[in-house]
Design a protein around this ligand. Structure first.
Ligand SMILES: C=C(O[C@@H]1C=C(C(=O)O)C=C[C@H]1O)C(=O)O
Length: 365
């Protein structure tokens, strides 16, 4: 057989494989329906384990790599979970007959919320001078609307969000209002103005990016701003997803985020800055690779591609931001001391402490 013949056979096989994948996706939609009618949850870890174990043993008998089989099955399970979650969100949606306004609707997370709310049956209006989404009713300036919506989502950059909340407090909308800011300290005065006006305000932080399709394994943080009705409604929006809900206070949120976002961004910024300043070594590094270096470069590349304005806000506007940066500086100092002082014992102590700490927080893949 020629190379062309062989490739033709491969292409035919690929079509067959994808036809089967489509069939699997169709069946998983039926499974979603069966689970919903019997009141069962979407995700079933036991079943997933069985599917993966079965794939591994089938692979073995076919002389195929069990790791390859497992990776393929993980992708397929992810695909079917995404489909099932979407169906459940649509079926469980409380938006029918209700309206929502997304202020900052053309931004990355604003768009995510426009689509998420529309999929729950909300009549969504976007407000953003910077752009619009085709097929969605839109105003450039939210102040032009009568603010009669059942739900108002504030999805603008942080400092604007604080001003929007303060202005909303003066307009006294009857609906439930929440922001989706990555930090809450810069929103303190806006949230307080809403509380003082007796309005239904809460504050949420979806811990995922705008490209996220499957919420399983993701967290959504809900900050209690004193209105039970508002926090319950916001939590209700995510009830039919598989996202994990966490409730905390404003200060607790920012202290944790100083590490979860602040520290990890800072570490990557320090990493690529050190690399970029490495002079002659830099071009040669590109030709080498090691597992750790490649993985770190991947993360750093994503960080370097993010918005400098947002990332600066995340560092500078957090009341607790200096705490995590100081922790990073002390850690680098200690490493410096251990290495330059030839202190192998302290170096080993750092490694051991890290291993023990990280072993306590392994997450499911
Ligand atoms: C399809 C199902 O739903 C989910 C997806 C699975 C899969 O794609 O194999 C397995 C378990 C569930 O988490 C199911 O429960 O069978």
């Amino acid at each position: 057989m020629t190379l062309e013949d062989l490739r033709e056979r491969l292409s035919a096989l690929d079509t067959q494989l994808l036809t089967l994948v489509a069939e699997r996706q169709r069946l998983s939609r039926e499974v979603a329906e069966a689970k919903r009618s019997t009141g069962r949850g979407t995700r079933d870890y036991q079943r997933e384990r069985d599917v993966l174990m079965r794939a591994r043993s089938t692979a073995q008998s076919l002389e195929l790599s069990p790791d390859l089989a497992e990776s393929v099955m993980r992708l397929l399970i992810r695909g079917s979970l995404t489909t099932q979650e979407r169906l459940r969100v649509a079926a469980g949606g409380q938006g029918s007959g209700r309206s929502a306004l997304v202020i900052g609707g053309a931004g990355k997370m604003g768009r995510w919320f426009v689509e998420f709310l529309a999929s729950q049956g909300y009549q969504v209006c976007g407000a953003d001078p910077a752009g619009r989404i085709e097929g969605v009713s839109w105003v450039a300036d939210w102040r032009e609307t009568a603010l009669e919506h059942d739900l108002i989502v504030v999805a603008t950059p942080l400092q604007i969000a604080n001003r929007v909340l303060a202005e909303l407090a003066a307009r006294k909308p009857r609906g439930i209002v929440f922001d989706i800011g990555s930090l809450k300290s810069p929103l303190r005065t806006g949230i307080k103005a809403m509380q003082d006006a007796g309005l239904r305000i809460t504050s949420i932080h979806p811990m995922f990016g705008p490209d996220t399709e499957l919420l399983s394994g993701r967290h959504v943080i809900f900050v209690d701003a004193g209105s039970k009705e508002a926090i319950d409604a916001a939590r209700g929006l995510f009830a039919s997803t598989m996202a994990e809900q966490v409730v905390m206070t404003l200060d607790e949120h920012d202290r944790l985020i100083a590490y979860v976002l602040g520290l990890s961004h800072a570490l990557n910024i320090a990493f690529f800055t050190a690399l970029a300043n490495s002079g002659e070594a830099a071009p040669r590094l590109a030709q080498l690779s090691s597992t750790t270096y490649d993985a770190q470069v991947d993360v750093a590349t994503r960080v370097a591609g993010e918005s400098p304005d947002l990332y600066f806000e995340i560092q500078s506007l957090n009341d607790y931001g200096r705490e995590s940066l100081t922790a990073l500086r002390s850690a680098v100092d200690r490493l410096w001391q251990a290495v330059s002082g030839n202190d192998a014992a302290d170096f080993a102590a750092m490694m051991r402490q890290g291993r023990e700490y990280l072993a306590g927080r392994v997450r499911e893949g």
